[in-house]
Design a protein around this ligand. Structure first.
Ligand code: DAH
Length: 357
């Protein structure tokens, strides 16, 4: 191997050992720089004859080109390696499972309210909504509740600001005020239609009132089966010929559909409410399943009291009907086998996600 071949080999080896671009430029200087080995060889040409210069010069040039080629090869290789490393470090692992946004769903009590609305809807009941801050009139007085009734006391009812001493505002203790609110609107609407209808097809007869009113209600009460905020669903059916037998039919049909059980039995147990006369507590009994044989109270009900009919703007001599008030929270507990009411209002995702379809 002659000296030129040795230098070329040394250069190739030095370049390929250079771990990065800066080391490579240093290695380059050792061969092609001002005092580099190739430069020294060129300087040595001066001492040669013209003939020798020609051949030696050509050989040096070939060697120099070989070194430059090795240099640019290594530069390219280092640049590629740098790019590869960058790509590697920024790589996305598309096989990793993504961070998912959990799928939301309806609250179990909302599922129950939807069921109640669908079932009563299929029996021709309208669905009404009303205020949670009520007046004393709608919550108590219009519902024939005497001034000294225990429900009016401070430890049962949340009173709120506004209203007067004689007629304070309060958080409704039940959905029953919706009986009055809805009926008054209904009566007003058909009186106006009747007044405008002279000579038209409208007979002036008022269509029956058939409505449910689900919503939030409030009482000063808190334990495993009572929450200061809970739900109720009111029902009202008033017409010229509506009887207790209709209540029995409608409510039995509702319970059997709601619980998907044909052999569910109902019991109407005599009770008292100021706004109904007679009044009954409705109990249900499953014949099969984990709750079989126990009587479970699900609603209060009764024939709407004549004073309440009057406060609706109707004549009790002509109109009669029934009302009921049930607890959707209780129905949800029975349907899903939940034993603590407070679970519904804790907002614990581990509990709530069990109700998603
Ligand atoms: N409002 C009653 C309560 O909260 C429930 C109730 C009983 C509603 C009888 C009614 C009814 O409509 O007729 O305890």
């Amino acid at each position: 191997m002659n000296d030129l071949e040795t230098i070329v080999q040394d250069a190739q080896a030095a370049f390929s050992r250079a771990p990065g671009p800066a080391d490579l430029e240093n290695a380059k200087a050792a061969f092609l720089g001002k005092t580099g080995r190739m430069t020294e060889l060129m300087k040595g040409l001066a001492a040669l004859s013209v003939e020798e210069k020609k051949s030696r010069g050509a050989a040096i040039n070939v060697a120099k080109q070989a070194i430059e080629a090795a240099l640019s090869d290594r530069r390219a290789a280092l640049a590629r390696a740098e790019l590869d490393a960058q790509l590697q470090s920024e790589a996305l692992d598309v096989t990793l499972p993504g961070r998912q946004r959990g799928q939301g769903g309806l609250h179990p009590v909302s599922l129950t309210l939807e069921r109640i609305e669908a079932i009563f809807g299929s029996m021709g009941f309208d669905v009404a909504d009303g205020p949670e801050i009520e007046s004393d009139w709608f919550n108590f007085t219009a519902l024939n509740t005497p001034q000294d009734h225990p429900a009016r006391s401070m430890h049962d009812t949340f009173y709120v600001e506004g209203g007067s001493a004689e007629a304070p505002n309060l958080l409704r203790t039940h959905t029953s005020p919706m009986q009055i609110r809805y009926a008054v609107q209904h009566v007003k609407k058909y009186k106006a239609q009747a007044a405008a209808a002279t000579g038209s097809l409208f007979s002036g007869d008022m269509p029956e009132i058939r409505v449910i009113a689900p919503g939030r209600t409030y009482r000063v009460d808190s334990d495993a089966t009572h929450s200061p905020m809970f739900h109720q669903c009111e029902g009202l059916w008033v017409g010229e010929n509506v009887s207790f037998k209709d209540l029995k039919y409608v409510f039995t049909n509702f319970c059997r559909t709601f619980f998907e059980s044909e052999d569910l039995v109902l019991r109407f147990r005599p009770s008292f409410f100021p706004f109904t006369e007679p009044s009954a507590e409705i109990d249900i009994q499953f014949q099969t399943g984990p709750l079989a044989g126990r009587w479970l109270e699900v609603a209060g009900s009764g024939q709407v009291h004549p004073n309440v009919i009057r406060n609706m703007g109707l004549e009790p001599e002509k109109y009669i009907g029934f009302a009921f008030g049930m607890g959707p929270d209780r129905l949800t507990m029975l349907r899903y086998g939940v034993n603590d009411l407070r679970l519904f209002f804790d907002g614990d995702i581990r509990f709530l996600s069990q109700f998603q379809a």
